[in-house]
Design a protein around this ligand. Structure first.
Ligand SMILES: Cc1cc2nc3c(=O)[nH]c(=O)nc-3n(C[C@H](O)[C@H](O)[C@H](O)COP(=O)(O)O)c2cc1C
Length: 183
């Protein structure tokens, strides 16, 4: 399968086989795809917390509920493993700080790139994934010992799809999102 075919076939999964465990070997391959990802100034401003024990997974399930019981992942208790993406202080080049007055200018983009590479590695391993965007930072810090202020940016759910997710690529048309040589 070439890369674009993979892009067309990959889709977010919200229906997992409960109890079908993703191996540590596969989880480490997925993490490796993230670790090898590009980042601004090669700062690698991330820490990946892999969560696969039942006790720790319960904590993730609690931490992805925000406010008055709102969650982007009502299916979360079916998931075999999660990866929590924590933003780290970025050691970027002085010229970047001089220009943007911000060491973290590239960090969220870097984390997004790492997450996407992990998603594609999971896909090649026959695994299904879904990003969970919202989380309760205070719960994350409490449950996982994350130092205060180190923002959890994403959580990635990983498991075996219960049913092949229906591929339905709803995307803005090419002309709306792309132009050549000018705005
Ligand atoms: C930053 C981010 C946050 C997301 N949060 C959620 C979420 O909380 N719950 C969910 O079911 N899907 C979530 N998604 C998945 C998107 O809804 C999905 O990628 C999008 O609808 C496109 O569908 P596809 O991934 O199947 O191509 C998130 C995706 C991203 C990139």
């Amino acid at each position: 399968m070439d890369f674009l075919e993979m892009m067309q076939k990959r889709c977010s999964c919200r229906d997992y086989i409960p109890g079908k465990t993703v191996s540590r070997e596969d989880l480490l391959k997925i993490v490796e795809a993230g670790r090898l990802s590009p980042s601004g100034c090669n700062a690698q401003p991330w820490k990946f917390i892999v969560v696969d024990s039942p006790e720790a997974k319960e904590k993730v399930c609690d931490a992805v509920v925000v406010g008055n019981g709102v969650t982007g992942a009502p299916w979360r208790d079916q998931v075999s493993a999660f990866i929590i993406f924590v933003e780290q202080p970025a050691d970027v080049k002085p010229v970047v700080v001089e220009h943007y007055h911000d060491t973290q200018r590239f960090a969220q983009g870097d984390i997004g790139a790492a997450c996407m590479n992990m998603i594609h590695e999971a896909f090649t391993l026959g695994l299904a994934t879904c990003v969970i965007g919202m989380n309760d930072q205070a719960k994350m810090e409490k449950h996982f010992g994350i130092p205060s202020g180190h923002e959890v940016r994403l959580v990635l759910a990983i498991g075996y799809a219960a049913n092949p997710p229906a591929v339905n690529k709803i995307r803005k048309p090419l002309e709306e999102v792309c132009s050549f040589n000018q705005w």
